[in-house]
Write a protein that binds this ligand. Structure first.
Ligand code: SF4
Length: 355
């Protein structure tokens, strides 16, 4: 159940059946223009549709003017505590501003920000977080943390509607994967506005990716969620973008670049498959098409898998087989498998074919 409503962050549609948008957040000091722009270019290249920058100081909002002008993708200004910075970010041309109505200084300040957003025709992301729920929901938070999150979110939606403002998306973040899943399911039934999904403070690259894949993947598989951000404790924001894309690709919600299928190996393996997989993965980065390549350690599943993939390798002790769309192409020496595979892929494209 994708959201009924659609908003636009810059040129990127969110909700209303649009493709699930990938976003991330820069990890640089926003005022450090060079470092911030470098990171924005890297995340855009990795496939981010939108990027958010923290704006906690005057110098950040100053830098925002240049960033908005020069960024290849829309910019969301992330503001907490200081509604004046939100007003200035809107004046600086931010494509969206993220505020948490619970910490921006009270209803009057929220109303001021919304009035400015209307004047600028700029969308707002409103968010609630399990770590900063309003005081009147504290008791409920202990007895029913999911309902407390949903209640905080619906109260925020009601506030926006009282201000006659519908150009917003909403996020409801929790560090708990089950609470993220249950609260977003419940909220999606109650409101028509686009949902931003994320598991907050998910953790390191390894555990954070898995928590996000389980939490966000479950919701996305139900059709819930219009934009996603993977939060990882890494300085390289592009890693978050890659994980987001892997989740969307795994669910076949969006396509971007090649898909590599590889067996887990077992005692039947008789060649150095680790190196073959690493080398194929590295070389596939140069291709933009959603070409599917399977690498199987032996003939047990190899032939069957190769039938589904655009290209496939089945390895063996000395000789391996290369397949294309289910047809065996040739038998080659194991040490030439990767070179021969890419020669076949390039021949395929040179003949003007596409996947
Ligand atoms: Fe083992 Fe062969 Fe299956 Fe790979 S394809 S896991 S090597 S049986």
């Amino acid at each position: 159940m994708a959201s009924e409503r659609q908003i636009h962050v810059g040129g990127v549609p969110i909700g209303g059946g649009a493709p699930v948008a990938v976003q991330t957040m820069t990890k640089t000091e926003t005022a450090n223009l060079q470092a911030t722009m470098d990171q924005i270019h890297r995340v855009a290249e990795a496939g981010a549709d939108i990027v958010r920058c923290a704006v906690p100081r005057e110098q950040d909002v100053e830098a925002l003017k240049t960033i908005v002008r020069e960024s290849p993708i829309p910019i969301i200004a992330d503001i907490h505590f200081n509604h004046t910075l939100a007003l200035k970010a809107l004046d600086a041309g931010a494509h969206c501003v993220r505020i948490n109505p619970g910490n921006i200084g009270g209803p009057d300040k929220v109303a001021e920000v919304i009035a400015k957003a209307k004047e600028k025709d700029t969308p707002i992301r409103v968010g609630v977080n399990s770590g900063s729920l309003p005081k009147h929901l504290r008791d409920l938070e202990y007895s029913d943390p999911v309902e407390a999150l949903v209640r905080a979110a619906t109260e925020t939606v009601e506030l926006m509607e009282r201000l006659d403002f519908t150009n917003f998306k909403i996020s409801m973040k929790s560090t708990s994967v089950p609470n993220t899943i249950h609260s977003n399911r419940r909220l999606a039934e109650r409101i028509p506005y686009p949902l931003h999904l994320g598991v907050t403070e998910a953790g390191t690259k390894w555990s954070g990716s898995l928590k996000s894949a389980v939490g966000l993947g479950t919701l996305l598989a139900d059709g819930i969620g219009d934009t996603i951000r993977i939060s990882l404790s890494t300085f390289h924001a592009e890693e978050e973008v890659k994980v987001a894309w892997e989740i969307l690709k795994a669910l076949k919600l969006r396509e971007r670049g090649p898909v590599l299928i590889a067996c887990p190996t077992c005692g039947r393996l008789q060649f150095d498959m680790d190196s073959v997989v690493a080398e194929v993965e590295r070389r596939l980065e140069a291709y933009e098409d959603p070409i599917e390549v399977s690498i199987l350690g032996c003939a047990v599943n190899g032939i069957g898998e190769a039938r589904h993939a655009d290209f496939g390798i089945t390895g063996a002790k000395d000789m391996g087989m290369i397949y294309s769309k289910g047809e065996p192409l040739k038998k080659v020496a194991t040490e030439s498998l990767v070179d021969e595979l890419f020669a076949e892929i390039d021949r395929y494209y040179a003949a003007g074919k596409t996947v």
